[in-house]
Every structure is written in C-alpha cells, then in structure tokens.
Design a protein around this ligand. Structure first.
Ligand SMILES: C[S@@+](CC[C@H](N)C(=O)[O-])C[C@H]1O[C@@H](n2cnc3c(N)ncnc32)[C@H](O)[C@@H]1O
Length: 241
C-alpha cells in the first residue's frame, strides 16, 4: 500500500490498537444499535433475487459484510476490504469454519486505491469510514468506479442531529463520555477522543448528498436514524456511465 499522508498511518495504527475490543466498544457506545444500523444499510442495497456481489469497504471486523451476506440470504458473495491487518484478522476468524466460509472473503488493501476492476459490484458499502480518510471524494470516486452501472453505493456514518440542543448534548457525549468508556474498555483514550473532531468537519445530509452526486451518483437520498445522530446515504451509479 502506498500512502500519501500521515493521517492514513495514524488511522491504521488506531484500529490496529483497538481491534480486539472494537466490537464491544461499538455496542456500548451505540447502546446496542450499531447492528440495526448496519442491517438497514445492508437492506438499502436492495439486492435482486438472484446472486449478487457486494463490496464492503473499510470492512473492519466484518460486521457489515456479515449483514450483507444475511440480507442476500447467503446466495451472493461479499468481499470485505480494509487496510488494518488486526481488524481483518478478527473478521477472518469470525467467518472461518462458519457457514459463511466461501460467501464472505476479506482482502487487505487501501480503499482509496482499490486493487479491483471497474463495474464489478451490485452494491458497495462504506460504514463509519468516510470521516477517517484523507479524501472523501477519492473514496467515493473509487466506490463508483467499482460499482456496476445500476449498482448502489451506500454510506453509513455518524451525522449531526438537526436540533442544536441535541447536537450539543451529542457533542458532550462524544467528547467526554465516549473517550472515558474507550479508555476503560480498550485502555486507550485517544482513538475515541478524535470522534467529535472528525464529525465537526464532516459533510452531512444535503452536503454529503451533493458530493455523492458530484462523484457520479444519481438518485441520491438519505435516511436519518436515532434522532439524526447517524445517517445512511444511498446513491445509484447511472446505467450510461
Ligand atoms: C470505524 S471502522 C469501521 C469498520 C466497519 N465498517 C464497521 O462498520 O464497524 C473504520 C475502518 O476503516 C478502515 N480504514 C480507514 N481508512 C482506510 C483505507 N484508506 N483503506 C482501507 N481501510 C481503511 C480502518 O482500518 C477501520 O477498520
């Protein structure tokens, strides 16, 4: 992998350090809702009845890849890609020896320079990753490239509640409570302390929809979940592209 900036290495190091407690931490931070969010993101792929092919970018411990396989009724194939070896090891162990072996595969790679051919996947998902990369546009551009014409790109990520009061409370939760829980569970505080900063600059709702359209997606829409703290953006790669 050929990285341009220090942010990539910083992010990779964070996930390598917290991997063993990542899923537990997610469940606690999201009050157990993260599985439901991923399930809704997987359903948003709107897979057809036949066998489909999905790509889960920044797959981490493979939780969304698992939901994708379930939503496809285990008929299609899912490829999960991530650049953190420690996160992928957990994903691979989860699948190994289960009935998902052969349905889900994981590869190590950089989501900003995908080692994959164009026009291949019925659905490309990106969960909780757009905030972490050096270029949102580049990640979307690569996602659109590898999606089939007519295929979907789904972005699941934190969002900003519309109510100012709720946004302030949410900020306090992210700034004070989450790093403290992170420290108690993983022994590291800094990986969780950067969450509010990553969200502050992050484009949400109409702004992210606009970027998705500019990167070549059509029919872009978004669904807000859990009081607007999380959102799923959905775009379709036009047939003529
Ligand atoms: C917050 S985790 C999300 C994992 C998973 N999608 C989920 O729903 O739990 C972000 C993941 O993105 C990965 N990541 C960040 N930048 C990446 C890049 N440029 N290429 C590949 N993976 C990347 C990290 O290693 C980490 O596993």
């Amino acid at each position: 992998m050929n990285f341009k900036g220090g942010k990539d290495l910083y992010v990779m190091d964070i996930f390598n350090r917290v991997s063993s407690r990542y899923d537990l931490m997610n469940t606690i931070m999201s009050w157990g809702l993260d599985k439901t969010w991923r399930r809704i993101a997987a359903i948003s792929c709107s897979f057809s009845e036949g066998s489909s092919l999905a790509l889960d970018l920044c797959s981490g411990t493979g939780m969304l890849a698992l939901e994708l396989a379930r939503v496809m009724n285990f008929r299609g194939k899912v490829l999960g890609l991530d650049f953190s070896r420690s996160m992928l090891e957990i994903a691979i162990n989860r699948v190994r020896g289960s009935n998902l072996d052969g349905i889900i595969e994981f590869i190590e790679g950089d989501a900003l320079n995908l080692p994959l051919p164009s026009n291949m996947f019925d659905c490309v998902t990106i969960a909780f990753c757009l905030r972490n990369v050096i270029s949102i546009r580049r990640l979307l551009e690569e996602s659109v490239r590898v999606a089939k014409p007519g295929g979907r790109v789904i972005v699941l990520d934190l969002s900003k509640p519309r109510s100012i009061v709720l946004y302030q409370l949410y900020n306090i939760y992210l700034r004070l409570v989450v790093p403290l829980i992170g420290w108690l569970i993983t022994g590291h505080m800094d990986p969780y302390a950067y969450l509010p900063d990553s969200l502050r600059e992050f484009p949400v709702r109409e702004s992210l929809s606009k970027i998705m359209r500019e990167e070549g997606l059509s029919n872009v829409k978004f669904i807000e979940l859990t009081l607007g703290t999380v959102a799923i953006h959905i775009g379709v790669k036009p047939i003529q592209k």
